[in-house]
Design a protein around this ligand. Sequence first.
Ligand code: WTA
Length: 667
Amino acid sequence: MSQNHTDPIPATDHAPVESLMHEHRLFAPSAEFVAQANVSDPAIYDEADADPEAWWASWAEKLSWVEPWTTVCEFNAPDAKWFVGGKLNVCYNCVDRHAEADPNRRAIVWEGEPGDDRTITFGELKDEISQLANALKAMGVGKGDRVSIYMPMVPELAMAMLACARIGAAHSVVFGGFTAESLQERTNDAQCKAIITADGGWRRGSAVPLLKITRAALELGCPTVEKVLVLRRTGMDEIDRHDERFVSWHHVVPEQSTDCPCEPMDSEDMLFILYTSGSTGKPKGVVHTTGGYLTGVSATAKLVFDLKPDDLHFCTADCGWITGHSYIVYGPLANGATVLMYEGAPDTPDKDRFWQIIEKHRATILYTAPTAIRTFMKWGDEYPNRCDLSSLRLLGSVGEPINPEAWIWYHETIGKGNCPLVDTWWQTETGAIMVTPLPGITVAKPGSATHPFPGISIRVLTEEGHGPDIRGPKAEPASSGFLVIDRPWPSMTRGIFGDHDRFIKTYWSRFDGKYFAGDGISLDEDGYLWLLGRVDDIMLVAGHNISTMEVESALVSHPAVAEAAVIGKTHDVKGQAISAFVTLRAGIHGDEALEKTLKKHVGEKIGPIARPDDIFFSAELPKTRSGKIMRRLLRDVAEGRALGDTTTLADPSVVNALKNVYEDKEG
Ligand code: WTA
C-alpha cells in the first residue's frame, strides 16, 4: 500500500486557474429579484464582521429555545461551544412550531422513482414523527444513543432523522449506495444501538436490496445493534421473523401514540454523526451538535436560497450526504419552507425526469451538483426545453468547482437567464454554506463561488501562513494558497467521533489554531474567490469524496495485488475519475479480465461510486527517495500530459515505463 502524503499547492495540477480568473462576464441580480430578496443591502457583510457573535446570536434568536443561552461562543481552538447553556430541540424547531402555526401547510412533497408521490403537511409530519419516535423508544432507543439510518430517499428517511432528534438520539445516515462492509464499519464506529432501514429502494428501475445488505452487515458483526426497524418500500423482501432484532415499521409505528414530547437538548448535545472520506482511508465520523448547527443551516438556507415559506425547495442530493442533511431536512424545514424530495435517478424513465418533477410540482428553487449539470448538458437541451420550468426563481450548485461553461448553460437553459445562480462552497465539516453569493446582492462571475457568507472569515494562505486579508484593502491579485478559516462559526464540526487527535491533526495543525479545509483557493483582482479542488488525497468523483487511500486499500486487499496508487484524473462529466496504478504479485499477469475483476472488487468493498475507471498495470510505481508515491506524476501519465519534474524520483525510468503502459492501453 502506498504511503500517505499531501501534495503541494495545487494551482498547476487543476483547472487552468489563470484562464478561469480572467472570466469577466458578470451577472447582477435583476431589479425584480432584488426588490423581493430576503437581503439586498451589502451593509450586512460589515455588520456581521464588526460583531460576528452578535450576528450569529441574531440568527439563533429566530429559533425557539426551551432555555436561553448564557454565552454566545466559547472558543479554545479547536474546541468550540456555541450558545452555551441554551436548551432547544431541533425537531420542535423544524416541525412542531410550524405545525402549531398552520398544520395544513406542506412540509414535504415527495416523488418516488416509479411515479408514486405523496404530500405531507407539517401537522401530519409532526404526528408521524411522534409515532416513529415512540416506536424507537419502545425499541430501547433514548437520549444519548446512536442510530444508523440506511434508507432510500423516501419521506420516512427525513422522519427517521427528525424522530431521532426529537428524542435526543444522534443519527448516522449511511448512504444507500454503500456496501455491507461500509454500513458495518460506520455502525460499529458510532456504536449504534439500532439501524433503521427499508426492504429496498428504487434506483434506475430496479430495487436496491437494502435489507439484504443490512443483514449482511449484521452477519459481518455489529455487536452494539439491538434492533433493526424495517420499512416496506418495494415489497422485495421480508423481515426475519425468527430473529427478534428485526421489527416491522408497519407493525409497530402506526399503533404508537402521536403524542411524544420533544426532549430538551443542550445546545452542545450531539445531533448527528456523518461519515466522510479521510485521507488515511478510514472514514471520519464528523460530529455536529444541536444549537450551532441549526443556527448555521437556518441562516444560510434563508439568505443563500432567499428562502420564503411559500417556496418549494428542490435539492437533488441524497440525505446520505451533508447537503441532504442541511438543505433538504434541517435548513429549509427550520424556515418552514416546503421541500421536494425525489427517490431515484435523473434519467428514469427518461432524461427529463428532474424537469418533469419541477414542472409537475412547480419547484421554485433547484440545488444540484456540477457533475449533474454537465451530464444534462451532454444529454442535450431538448430534455429541459420540453418542460415548463417557469416556476424556478433561483438555482444553486454544490460539491465541486463549477466550470464557467456549465454555469452559463445552467443559467441560460434551466434558469432562462432569469434566476440568480449561487455556487456554494462548503463541507461536511463546516455543516453549512461558507463561500457563496447572496442572490439579492452579489454580482456573480461564472465559476467563482464569490465571497464568504456574512460572519465567516476565510483566508487564502501560503504554505508559510501568509495571505492577504481578503476583505481588507485591495488584495494582491491572483494570490493563491490554502483555504483556511480563522474565526469560529456556529455550525463547525465539534470533532471526529472517538478520535480527537485525528481531528486536531487533520484540520487544526497545519495552521496553528486555524481551520484547514484541505482545498486550494485563489483570489482574483476583483476580490472574488476561486476554489481549486482538494490539496490532500481526497478525490471528488461526481461530487462524492473518495479517498485515494480507501481505494488503494481495497485494491491491495485483493490477492493478485502487491501495491496500488490511486489518483483522480480530470473527467468531463464527473469532475474527477478514478485511475489506479497497480503492481501485481509475482507470477500474476495483468490482463483485461483481471482489470474487470479488480474494478468489481473495489465496487463490492466500498460501493459502486468508488469503482476505478482505469486500471494500469505496471511493474513499479514512481516513488521519491523517501518512498512516497508521486501522485502528481501519475496524474500527468493518466491525463496524457508532459511529465513534470522527475528529479526527485528514486528511479526516473519507472515513469517512462509507466507512460508506455498508458500509451499501449490508450492506443
Ligand atoms: C468540494 C459537500 C468547489 C470541496 C457540501 C470541499 C466544492 C468538498 C464546492 C466537501 C464548490 C464543495 N466549489 N468545491 N461550490 N462545494 N466542494 O464534505 O473540495 O461532501 O472540500 O461537502 O467538496 O465535500 P462534502
